[in-house]
Ligand binder design. Sequence first.
Ligand code: PHE
Length: 467
Amino acid sequence: METKRKSSFTGSLGFVLAAAGSAVGVGNIWRFPYLAAKDGGGLFLIIYLVLVLTFGFTLLVTDVAIGRRTKTNALHAFGNINKKWTFLGYVTFLVPAIIMTYYSVIGGWILKYLSVYLIGSGTEAAGDGYFTSFITSPVSPIFFMLVFLAFTAFIVYRGVEKGIEKFARIVMPGLLLMIIGIGLFSLTLKFREADGTIRTGLQGLAVYLIPNFDGITPARFLEILLDAMSQLFFSLSVSMGIMITYGSYVDKEVNLNRSLSHIEIFDTAVAFLAGMMIIPAVYVFFGTEGMASGPSLMFVSLPKVFEAMGPMGPFLGLAFFLMVLFAALTSSVSIMETLTANCMDIFHSARKKTSLVICLIFAAASVVICLGYNIFYFELTLPNGATAQLLDLMDYISNSFLMPFISLLTCVFVGWIVGPKWICEEMEASGHPFSRKKMYVFMIKYVTPVIMAVLFLQSAGVFNMFS
Ligand code: PHE
């Protein structure tokens, strides 16, 4: 009897769950809502949805099909197809390495809020200035970050990712239900300002859903496009080698077309609903001015929502942060696992030793990121119009700058050198039709390379030089 490769997924459900575990994380619940709010709600939402169905799908198909066809990880996959392109595999490795420096910092923030609800101080967390005083304090953010990183490293060290994937079956649907429930509650919120103006959740929903074209210039449109595209890369975990590795574990019989659509839909639904849970609440409590508050958005607004729920609030807060913590862990494990596997491959080292060294390196890097809110504080204006501290800068370098660059190269490679047929054959290898084939071919050859080149230049600030 043929023995199954240790790391191959059990059928398409195993693959979908593992990929969704990697995809659904703080990107959906923390990053998506704050970008949507910053970029004015409805317009960002529409642009994002269009991008997911076109670019997101194209990039996801490309990564997973390359992985399954070459049966190897990103480091070797490109070189396997064409020796001259080996470098691209190594470039993709940079992205998880940068993301890992700040992912645990956000994981730590979630852990902190979980502990707040655990000890019953939810009311305090709903107070103004609570989040800022937490992240600017010297020790607490570092402590929680280290605990989160230790959890992640422990799972990778033991090599038990498969075990936690089982949890994904319970946590993912649970998280989805909670987000829907809290989102519906947010719509019922109401707030009266000192001057008597009343803001309601439904007005907030309108801000989230209805595009507002006031004051949109071509430059502003490009900014929003870049934000939406960076979110797409980050959220779907594409163009960073992870989905290539996952693809290499998928059996030939799996209907990729259907599995990838499920991942795409699930990831987007969670992000959309997270926006519905957070943005109307921000609007109700802080008005339109509060929408631009950036990375703090979820941590500032949700405690207020839980507070408004009355006696049930603290329990829901606890359950919510527990599930978000879990979603964040499945993602950070996928990032650290990629780093570990790649280093084991490059240095021919053992898993335990490699994961320990990686954990130490990223602990040091993440401490520096935490200190970006006190000792190393600065305010830098990025080409997307945001004011950045260290964490945002790292996020920008990986998601807005490096990823369009990697996607550009990948699309040129697949579209023009290997040829899209190579990918299409893999998509049809299970005997199922590749339903968006025509669109895929057109996207990968013409649209994606052009848009990625434009976004890359935009992210490097080239267009800003002319304005
Ligand atoms: N996609 C994950 C999220 O949305 C983050 C992630 C990024 C995971 C990169 C793996 C690789 O939170």
